[in-house]
Design a protein. Structure first.
Lengths: 291, 365
């Protein structure tokens, strides 16, 4: 049979091409453009080459923000993943109570970021907030707007409150997919509760946990709204994570060139870390399979 | 060693899964629980294992009441339809796991694992993980794990159901060998009469939560106590037709008759059910003593060497197994015949009154 040439097929992919071009490619290329140029307003641009990149890499500002960001993501992963698993393990397995639990668990996920920020901002205020007032009445000094440690604790608690249920729901789904005979076989083997967790539940949850870690890492690495609502990145620069720093640079100082270079590097860092993480997990999986 | 179930029953969510059942299994016997899906095979096994508590009755192990004993403290192991192994452990560690939990010495564990691996042909894949070996190997691994413990009671719940045809046949031939090597009580659940006959030993037929008969595989096959048992222990299910007995003459609904021998002639007159297995239905060759029927063909199934015919003979739907590959037209009226020697007779209460080989033994059950 002869091959039919039908160029009209291009028409069918055209809408997608247009959509992707306007939503992703053109804005992205604009940022790339900015990152190699300098502007003094009035839409006049000068080519500066890699200057912004070199300047940023030499500046402490970027490295400090990156350090804070990595520490933050690390802490919330260390809390949310084990806590989420623990919550999933203690959730009822079936019946009406399981449904109620699932609904309650998904409630925090439905609340917008800025609302979460506002809730905790008010909740923690030393003058009118329930938490802040209670703590100060108990004689515990707590003030997120002046104490860097308190601000960190508040942002972390906010994130844990907001997102642990996502990890719990994913882990719960993983647990529910384990066939009952596994538990019975373990019971017959006289395996302890810990062994059941270590040798059945954890390996069987591996896939969903990988997704949970990846999602929580990427999302926490881009955290913006919560610290912005709480202290605007303060006190000082204590909670100035990468996005907050970026917005300060782009909108606060209107340094479009450096900000563009910053966003591209930010993007590459997230891409790189996610890629490394994913590759490592896949390799471990393969190695384990080979052994 | 013996396992005795005394009047145990299981009801959950208002539904009776097992009606009061008595059963005694002796040491070193192979016991097949034969019944269709949801007839209570798994429920009964779970009660034997102690995974479920019976609602009534008691379970005795060597005449000691173990009804309330936890499954962890019982001397059992179990193989499931799904291939259940620890996913992150190698085949070696999987087989060794129950022994480790029993705190056996390393040398003892190693010797046992090697022995099991040898028996189940796993020696070359001991260092692999369950997800990189075939389904058949995974199930062998699960069996090795179950047998490594040297327990008194080994429960196998349709262990071959998830395997493909070839692997199933291969593994099925090995089970009697494993059983001989273990000396335990084996309980093996299956839906296939063929498997029950192949494994031999004893068969307990189940239907809707009741054990309808328990005895030597051959005895149950040859003398099913009632219609239900006969149906369960035939694949395809046994065919039936209502007949009228008048003295020594049996009248079939289509007017055909056959003469009974003296023993059977003494049975009270009246309505009986005649049952016969698929392979006893033949294409009529005009033989004088065979009962002939005209039957309309509904479906034919070719197996490669034989042909299953589904036919309507008056009000009854029958399935026959005819040797050779037959090319019948659907809707065609076939002349089929039945040798009266092969007929089981059941009375109005569906109890067996006569089987083709000999009459059923008198028993209280």
């Amino acid at each position: 049979m002869e091959k039919t040439v039908n160029q009209r097929a291009w028409l069918l992919v055209l809408p997608v091409l247009v959509l992707v071009a306007f939503s992703s490619i053109i804005p992205m290329m604009t940022v790339v453009n900015y990152s190699f140029q300098d502007s003094f307003g009035e839409n006049i641009f000068f080519w500066v080459g890699l200057e912004w990149y070199q300047e940023l890499l030499r500046s402490e500002r970027l490295w400090d923000a990156l350090g804070r960001q990595l520490l933050f993501s690390f802490i919330i992963l260390m809390i949310e993943i084990p806590l989420g698993i623990l919550v999933a393990l203690s959730m009822p397995k079936k019946g009406i109570s399981a449904s109620i639990c699932l609904v309650l668990m998904s409630l925090p996920l439905l609340i917008p970021y800025n609302v979460v920020g506002t809730i905790w901002q008010v909740f923690g205020r030393a003058d009118i907030g329930l938490l802040g007032r209670t703590l100060s009445d108990l004689g515990i000094s707590y003030n997120y707007s002046q104490n860097a440690f308190d601000a960190w604790v508040t942002v972390i608690i906010m994130d844990v409150w907001h997102w642990t249920s996502l990890v719990a729901l994913l882990a719960y789904a993983g647990l529910r997919s384990i066939p009952k005979p596994y538990y019975q076989a373990a019971m017959i083997d006289q395996a302890s509760r810990w062994n059941v967790f270590r040798y059945i539940e954890l390996p069987k949850m591996r896939g969903v946990l990988m997704i949970a870690i990846l999602l929580r890492f990427m999302d926490s690495f881009m955290i913006y709204t919560e610290p912005f609502v709480l202290t605007g990145g303060g006190p000082g620069n204590a909670t100035t994570f990468l996005s907050i720093d970026l917005v300060k640079m782009a909108l606060g100082q209107f340094d479009l060139g450096p900000a563009a270079a910053f966003s591209l590097m930010y993007f590459l860092v997230i891409l790189l870390i996610s890629y490394v993480f994913y590759t490592v997990m896949i390799t471990i999986d393969k190695d384990e399979a080979k052994q | 060693m013996s396992l005795r179930l005394h009047g145990i029953s299981k009801i959950s969510n208002g539904e009776t899964h097992i009606y009061a059942t008595d059963l005694e299994l002796q040491k070193g016997t192979m016991n097949v629980l034969l019944g269709p899906t949801s007839s209570g095979k798994t429920s009964l096994m779970r009660l034997m294992a102690g995974l479920d508590r019976p609602d009534t009755g008691k379970v005795f192990w060597d005449n000691v009441d173990v009804t309330k004993k936890r499954v962890q403290d019982r001397d059992i192991s179990m193989v499931y339809q799904q291939f259940v192994n620890y996913p992150s452990m190698t085949v070696y560690d999987n087989i060794a796991s129950p022994l480790k939990l029993q705190k056996k010495s390393a040398a003892e564990i190693d010797a046992k694992v090697q022995e099991m691996a040898e028996l189940l042909k796993l020696t070359s894949i001991l260092d692999r993980k369950p997800n990189e070996i075939s389904g058949g190997q995974q199930q062998r691994c699960a069996m090795a794990r179950a047998l490594a413990k040297d327990v008194g009671l080994v429960l196998m719940d349709e262990p071959l159901a998830n395997l493909d045809y070839k692997l199933r046949e291969e593994l099925r031939l090995e089970i009697p060998r494993l059983f001989d090597a273990s000396g335990s009580i084996f309980v093996y659940a299956t839906t296939e009469p063929e498997e029950a006959l192949l494994l031999g030993g004893n068969t307990a037929t189940l239907w809707n939560g009741r054990v309808t008969q328990y005895g030597k595989a051959m005895d149950v096959y040859r003398n099913p106590v009632d219609e239900t048992t006969a149906r369960v222990y035939s694949d395809p299910p046994m065919n039936f037709v209502s007949v009228q007995k008048d003295g020594a003459v049996v009248h079939f609904p289509n007017g055909q008759t056959t003469i009974l021998n003296d023993d059977l002639a003494r049975l009270p007159n009246g309505e009986y059910r005649a049952g016969f297995r698929a392979h006893h239905l033949e294409m009529s060759d005009g033989q004088s003593d065979a009962v002939e029927f005209a039957a309309k063909l509904i479906v034919t199934e070719l197996t490669g060497s034989d042909t299953y015919i589904h036919v309507n003979a008056r009000d009854e739907r029958w399935i026959g197994l005819i040797p050779g590959l037959q090319t019948f037209e659907v809707g065609q009226v076939l002349k089929i015949s039945l040798d009266p020697k092969n007929i089981f007779f059941f009375d109005k209460d569906k109890k067996l009154v006569a089987s083709p080989n000999h009459e059923p033994e008198k028993s209280g059950a």
